[in-house]
Structure formats: structure tokens, C-alpha cells
Design a protein around this ligand. Structure first.
Ligand code: ATP
Length: 280
């Protein structure tokens, strides 16, 4: 199936509060998307206030673009359809027209709906000249035509939300259709602290756990890297317990795990390093 997920808003399970940092991004999305989807009547007068048809989230991998897209659907009370650019162009050679028609007619029945296109660059990337596969070209043209074909009434309640790590690969025609482009940046220390507090909210931590030291020690880590780091750290007490049991130190099998210490995270850095590198 070319659609990777269709989820109603009450079943998405992520909201803006579950996302650490990115406050400006959330505020912008609220104004651009949540408000017109929740209160379309406020956007049907005059020329200034118009619902936005397309938004692009761009920025380094793992910074929470997918998470934002899902949470936005929850906030906007919209159904969430997710498709992945590379799957669309690889699997469905030849069927571009049928496929895009089906997608858009399905979406209009589900409105209000957010169509999240991850890796939008591979579906709607720059024209590849002579090297481009004919099927890719057709798919892109069909997609754009169907998108343009949304009548204005429908388009108020159908939003295309693209995400990419490679904004420079996008075609001008696509950029024009995604008039609002929002940069989702790697978190700085203050924002890493906010993300860590969310990721560790339900974990048992040593008393007086130094969140700020951990935030300072994770320069360059994305939200996704931080999540992986926390998982690696959380395994350390588990491994210790199993070692103890093997040595016969713990008489019974126990499920008691010691609280996590800052050092668990510092040690885990050897296993999980930042995935974005700025090396030349
Ligand atoms: P990619 O570009 O690689 O697709 P992405 O920008 O879409 O990545 P996500 O898939 O949203 O990133 O993030 C991966 C995981 O990292 C999330 O499921 C979440 O657990 C964690 N994460 C990322 N950013 C944040 C954040 N700001 N707050 C809380 N968790 C986060």
C-alpha cells in the first residue's frame, strides 16, 4: 500500500506538549493550520486571511518533523494520512494517475485531513533532466495537478505537509506550492534540556539528577539521538542486574533496577553519537 498510515485524530497519541522545545515552530503551525482547520469560518472573509494549502518542514534528520506532523493533526482535529516519497516513486511505476486520484479522493472524504509527505524531495524533487525516470516525472506531475485541482472549499480542510532533509533538491514548482517553509533546527543546550525532561519523565532517576549537565554534554545531538541515548543509558542497570544474577550475587531473579545516574548517559555516549556531522 502506498499510504503508510491513516489515523483519526483521537488515536494519534502525540500532542504538542509531548514535543520538547520547538516552541516557535508549534506556535507557527497552530496559526497556519490548527486555527483554519478548527475555525474555517474565520478564514472565509476578505483576502488577507486565507488557509494555507501547503507547509514544508525542513531541517536535519531526527529533529522531530514526523512527530510535529502527527501532533499537529491531533491539535487540529484532523485525520492523518502519511505517505513516503520514495515508496511512491519506486513501487507504483505506471500507475501514477490512478494512484494520485485515489489518494486525493480518499483525502477529501476524510477532510479535515493532513497529508504528510515524508521525504517530499524524492516525490517532488527537482527535475532530473535526462536521467530522471519517466515514472517519477509522471508521478510528480500528477500529484501537482491533483493538488492544484482541489477546489478552494476542499483545500481549506486538506493540508499537504511535506518534510525533507534536503530542501535544496526541491523543484521551484513545489516550493511555490508549499508557501510556508519552516526550519526545524537541532536543539541547543536549553532545548536539549526540555527534550530530555520529556524523554525521561517516567524513568527512575537518581535524586538530584543533573539535567543541565546532561544537556551540556550532548552538543550536536538531535531529539532522535537523545532518545537513542536515553534508551542506551536505560539498558545499563538492566545489564548490571543480569551480570549480578549470573555471578550468583542476586539470589533470586529480581525486577529491581537501580535508578539511572548521569554517568549511565555519559557512558552511553560511546554507543550513541550525534548522527548529524558537520565535518567537511
Ligand atoms: P527524519 O528526518 O529522520 O525523518 P524527523 O525529523 O522526522 O526525522 P522524528 O522521526 O520526528 O524526526 O523523531 C524521531 C524520534 O525522536 C521521535 O519519535 C521522538 O521519540 C524523538 N524526538 C525527536 N525530536 C523530539 C522532540 N523535540 N521532543 C521529544 N522527542 C523528540
Amino acid at each position: 500500500n502506498f499510504i503508510s498510515a491513516v489515523v483519526p485524530p483521537n488515536e494519534i497519541g502525540v500532542k504538542f506538549d509531548d514535543i520538547g522545545a520547538l516552541e516557535d515552530v508549534k506556535r507557527t503551525l497552530d496559526e497556519l493550520v490548527t486555527l483554519p482547520m478548527r475555525r474555517p469560518e474565520l478564514f472565509s472573509h476578505g483576502n488577507l486571511l486565507r488557509p494555507c494549502k501547503g507547509v514544508l518542514l525542513f531541517g536535519p534528520p531526527g529533529t522531530g518533523k514526523t512527530l510535529l506532523a502527527k501532533a499537529l493533526a491531533t491539535e487540529a482535529g484532523a485525520n492523518f494520512i502519511s505517505i513516503t516519497g520514495s515508496t511512491l516513486t519506486s513501487k507504483w511505476f505506471g500507475d501514477a494517475e490512478k494512484l494520485t486520484k485515489a489518494l486525493f479522493s480518499f483525502a477529501s472524504r476524510l477532510a479535515p485531513v493532513i497529508i504528510f509527505v515524508d521525504e517530499v524531495d524524492s516525490l517532488l524533487g527537482a527535475r532530473g533532466g535526462g536521467f530522471e525516470h519517466e515514472a517519477t516525472r509522471r508521478m510528480r506531475n500528477e500529484f501537482m495537478a491533483a493538488w492544484d485541482g482541489l477546489r478552494s472549499k476542499e483545500s481549506q480542510r486538506i493540508l499537504i505537509l511535506g518534510a525533507t532533509n534536503r530542501p535544496f533538491d526541491l523543484d521551484d514548482a513545489v516550493i511555490r506550492r508549499l508557501p510556508r517553509r519552516i526550519y526545524v533546527d537541532l536543539p541547543d543546550a536549553q532545548n536539549r534540556l526540555k527534550i530530555l525532561k520529556i524523554l525521561l519523565a517516567k524513568e527512575k532517576l537518581e535524586s538530584d539528577f543533573k539535567f543541565d549537565e546532561l544537556a551540556n554534554a550532548t552538543e550536536g545531538y538531535s531529539g532522535s539521538d537523545l532518545k537513542n541515548l536515553c534508551v542506551a543509558a536505560a539498558y545499563r542497570p538492566v545489564h548490571e542486574l543480569l551480570e549480578e544474577e549470573k555471578k550468583g550475587g542476586a539470589s533470586n531473579e529480581s525486577s529491581y533496577l537501580r535508578p539511572l545516574k548521569l554517568d549511565d548517559f555519559i557512558q552511553a555516549k560511546a554507543k550513541v553519537s550525534p548522527s548529524v556531522s558537520y565535518d567537511a
